[in-house]
Ligand binder design. Sequence first.
Ligand code: AMP
Length: 458
Amino acid sequence: MTNFTDLGLDEAIVRAVSDAGYSAPTPIQKAGIPVLLDGHDVIGIAQTGTGKTAAFVLPLLHKILMSHTRPEANSCGALILAPTRELAAQIHDNIRLYGKYLNVTSSLVVGGVKPHKQIKALARGLDILVATPGRLEDHESTGAVRLDQTSAVVLDEADQMLDMGFIPAIRRILGKLPSKRQTILLSATMPKQIRGLAHDFLYKPREIAVTPVSKPIEKIEQRLMSSAGQNKRQMLVDILNNEPIERAIVFSRTKHGANKIAQHLEKSGLTAAAIHGNKSQGQRVKALAAFKDGSIKTLVATDIAARGIDIDDVSHVINIDLPEVPEVYVHRIGRTARAGKSGVAISFCSETELDLLKAIEKLVGRIGGTRPEPVKGTETVSTSKKRPNRNRNRGGGARTASTQTDATPQNAEKKGNAKPGQRTKRRNTGSSPRRAANNNAQSGRRNTNSSSSNRRSA
Ligand code: AMP
């Protein structure tokens, strides 16, 4: 059995990983870490729960440890971009956890909080900066951070960045990085726009796919409950009172709905909090902390607020509304059955949601339980027109776990997508001769493959 040392990671990192309780690498770690240590660009097709964060954080830490350079003031050696504040904070927590025996500087730059402390941290220069795109661009525009010294960049949950409209910002940011760098793109799904982003900004990427998005984790018990003629909020209260629930995440399609549900649960004597985009950063952090420490048993969330949240021991996911995009169903239920545990996903379905159910079942297979009768003489509300095509499961085939293919420009060319050299040329966008000189100097410094451990702190 492969262990973390076999993957080529430094002992100080392996020790921290072992302290975290991980005995063996997950498939994406096994496939991804050696490739990243070799310096390749990588496309990782993986959702949360696969261990994807450690798959890119551990090699980044190892490379920093092996380097002898300190980041210059107002610059960062590695940049990790995440779509939401919560995900960014989680990644930063992981960096601290896995880097606890290393002398590595890192910081978090997200919106919703005052910029002063962030500016101070950036001024010192950082080995790793974790950021959301909007706030990073704010700091870049004022000169609080410059990106011309950044030799590695990670785009985490790229498909969610797309959903949130961040792709133009990501393209601007990538254009400011040196052309000589390592680029890592992670995404649960690969819509056209993300393929395009990878094509334009990654150089001969290796592609690693794990846990097919079209196949939910077997350990999740999926149940359907007809909500025809019933009050969904009351059905929820009954479930929360009767099921052996450790922690439950309830999904609502709207922010308003999430608030109403949380209020109803509180009124019914249950502990709950809502988390969505209209809540302040403070409220979101407080709700998540209470959910984590067990003082709140139920978190009512919208999709954007919930994706990427990494909380173990979520025993139940309850879909008050079915999502309009079938893959979102898979993301939602993936909040439970983490870290080898089992979990229950209960979905309410009204007679107007039958088309949504049909699309979901096309993706995951038939879900057991009770289902509403189609209303006779009336058509069910078809939402298929509204559903964005980009998130549809094309081809329907399950991806092979841990497959690794070489997505080279040559391969792309065979498919008629690229001309030879096109990618290399595009990657130079935004980098000046001065930058290129800097990069060469920097990569020379950074590539010292010495075992010196002046970065080890304990
Ligand atoms: P992620 O996919 O990065 O969101 O990680 C999902 C969960 O897996 C997190 O709770 C990690 O702490 C956990 N995890 C990461 N690597 C391992 C591993 N090798 N063995 C067991 N759990 C892990």
